[in-house]
Design a protein around this ligand. Structure first.
Ligand SMILES: Cc1ncc(COP(=O)(O)O)c(N)n1
Length: 321
């Protein structure tokens, strides 16, 4: 059926003055996908590819006013949430999103930046779990952030991270707290053939990304590649903005997630390392190509307890392990 209007997406995030992460990355990615982008700023930062040296939070009242201004005027298909600096902002955002009955919420966990900077107060994480998680459709994080989150959910993490099964258990706990789909970026962690985490990767080591939908784990195993850990900062902002855009375009969550992962991964891998950071950033955004919706994705499905009933969507061709 022909679309009558351009899909619209709202990003609630911090500003990255250097243009690679946060609001700036989100709007670029939405534009690439042909989605109309709106933005609510939660914080101003001074940063570049080497690190972050200043964070200034926007007053929660002004965050709420920005949100009301956008949502009371423009029909919004998807909300993408990034940096949430403090408790009060989270509470205001949660109230406002409920008031406007926003359903398609995609959240990027912005707890620690790729340069190692803490991006929010601890109480903001607790507020996110309590007030926002019940409404989150897709939640995306890396392993360290997932671990910090589980510590906040349970008060402590009841196991240490030694194997892939431990990582899956983190996702099971997060899923119980609310988000319906969880995307785990695992490219910093290396495994051996027994799926044990190893600290000194060899040429045989591999990494694992996961998607969990509450029933099934979709497992993406790749050779450990140093290039993944050297990509431009803002890669996870771009990936979640791509997921939000795909959902705004009418794709189902698993399809939206998988296409976004692939397009960002392809773009990241083709970046030429010899160039300056600004040029690498420019290359990333230039090379993000939204996937066409009718391609087949081959992935490896590892089922949880419901293995026998597991029925992946038709567009995923599965191979069981
Ligand atoms: C405003 C803002 N939001 C998010 C990130 C995280 O991105 P990364 O972890 O790639 O540094 C960032 N650096 N700045």
């Amino acid at each position: 059926m022909k679309r009558l209007r351009t899909p619209a997406c709202l990003t609630i995030a911090g500003s990255d003055c250097s243009g690679s992460a946060g609001i700036q990355a989100d709007l670029k990615v939405m534009q690439i996908h042909g989605v109309y982008g709106m933005s609510v700023l939660t914080a101003l930062t001074s940063q570049n590819s080497r690190g972050i040296d200043g964070i200034y939070s926007v007053h929660p009242v002004l965050i709420e006013r920005q949100l009301d201004a956008c949502l009371s005027d423009i029909n919004c298909d998807t909300v993408k949430i990034g940096m949430l600096p403090d408790f009060k902002s989270v509470v205001r955002i949660a109230e406002c999103l409920q008031r406007h009955r926003m359903k398609n919420i995609v959240m990027d966990s912005v707890v620690i930046s790729s340069s190692g900077q803490i991006m929010c107060e601890g109480t903001a994480i607790s507020a996110t779990i309590k007030y926002l998680f019940p409404y989150v459709l897709v939640y995306s994080s890396n392993i360290m952030e997932a671990y910090v989150l589980v510590q906040r959910v349970l008060g402590h993490c009841p196991f240490s991270l030694r194997t892939l099964e431990d990582i899956k258990n983190l996702l099971r706990i997060i899923h119980k707290a609310g988000p319906r789909f969880i995307v785990l970026n695992g490219h910093h962690v290396a495994y051996n053939d027994n799926f044990e985490i190893i600290s000194s990767p060899t040429t045989d080591s591999f990494t694992v990304d996961l998607i969990f939908d509450g029933d099934n784990f979709y497992v993406f195993q790749k050779p450990y590649d140093l290039r993944y850990s050297k990509t431009v900062h803002g890669t996870s902002c771009s990936m979640t903005a791509a997921i939000a855009s795909n959902i705004a375009l009418g794709k189902r969550p698993l399809e939206a997630i998988q296409e976004a992962r692939q397009s960002i991964e392809r773009a990241s891998l083709s970046i030429q390392e010899e160039f300056s950071s600004i040029s690498r950033s420019a290359q990333l955004f230039r090379r993000i190509k939204p996937s066409s919706s009718n391609h087949t994705v081959t992935l490896c499905l590892q089922s949880s307890a419901t293995a026998d009933n597991a029925r992946p969507p038709a567009f995923l061709s599965k191979t069981r392990t």
